[in-house]
Design a protein around this ligand. Sequence first.
Ligand SMILES: NC(=O)c1ccc[n+]([C@@H]2O[C@H](COP(=O)([O-])OP(=O)(O)OC[C@H]3O[C@@H](n4cnc5c(N)ncnc54)[C@H](OP(=O)(O)O)[C@@H]3O)[C@@H](O)[C@H]2O)c1
Length: 348
Amino acid sequence: MTDIACRPVGRTGLSVSELGFGAASLGNLYHPVPDADARAAIDAALDAGLRYVDTAPHYGRGLSERRVGDALRQRPGVAISTKVGRLMDPDASITDDAERDGFRSPMPFRMRYDYTYDGILRSHEHSLQRLGLSRVDLLYVHDIGRYTHGEAAAGYWEQLTTGGGLRALDRLRGEGAIAGFGIGVNEIGICLDVMREMPIDVILLAGRYTLLEQEALDALLPACAAADTSIVIGGPYNSGILATGTRKGGTLHYDYGPAPEAVVDKVCGIEDVADRHGVRLPAAALHFVLAHPCVASVIPGLGSAKRVAETASLYEEVIPQDFWRELQHEGLLRADAPVPASIEKVSV
Ligand SMILES: NC(=O)c1ccc[n+]([C@@H]2O[C@H](COP(=O)([O-])OP(=O)(O)OC[C@H]3O[C@@H](n4cnc5c(N)ncnc54)[C@H](OP(=O)(O)O)[C@@H]3O)[C@@H](O)[C@H]2O)c1
């Protein structure tokens, strides 16, 4: 078993392993994952010492939650987060596993956004039923903001604020049904908007604080430090390119689409520095984000036991200080970004 440290989540009293399991993959993201492989992936992760799993109703329209719950029911001591904001309505017209919203899931449901007081409470209840668990630890308001909703974002913001969505989460936390809540998004501005509305325990920030981009250092991370709001890093490989690198050919994935040329060029530059120091690119991607004191956990997408084993080995890689210095010197990493100080991991 890998020695994976745990870190606190805000002031919730909950701790999560600093390497966690992103379970979007288990909703059959882009390709079907057989049940046995999904189960083997979670079992391998727990055996490797991971103690935090993130899922969502959206991930395969309930499929990821079912698989995660079945695997964790007899495994105490693992923190679980799921998400609110999407309800699943039965839909008899769905009879295959054709790709819908990125997922190859056979689950016969159609997704409907609902960020209101009642919608949030109902989403929480439905998740417990699908998971087959009596409790989840953290709830994230999923994909609130313009990145997902475009022009419709203002209406959903109303649901969350005046419509009572945040109040419902505050109630669940107050009743002890959850340890804490926050939002799970791919954009920075909405995080600051929500933090101005109500103190939140944690933000699942996907793709916006990575080895490739550090704009979150300007306003968001200082605001989180001031408010004791933790960050969980989703999409640490920017959905692929920081894991695969650029040299193996094929389609390079960045933010769920083909990587733009400027991104490919930057990753090439980082790979050149990594080669000079004998560093594996995805290891650097994982270790970099963990150096920020606001970050509680990094949760790469893990779709198989093989990926889990690779990721545990990346986590154990020792990265020389000169690698980070050269990236900063070359302008490939912001000079004000905290970098891992030593091989010692933060423990609590
Ligand atoms: N709005 C939100 O709340 C939000 C948004 C995005 C993500 N998240 C969370 O963050 C988690 C991770 O995000 P993600 O899966 O979108 O992106 P990611 O972790 O940045 O990238 C996953 C991709 O990287 C590949 N990969 C992973 N490890 C690899 C390795 N060692 N070598 C080569 N390729 C590797 C995977 O390929 P394979 O598929 O072949 O394994 C997959 O295509 C999600 O599961 C979810 O929990 C949350």
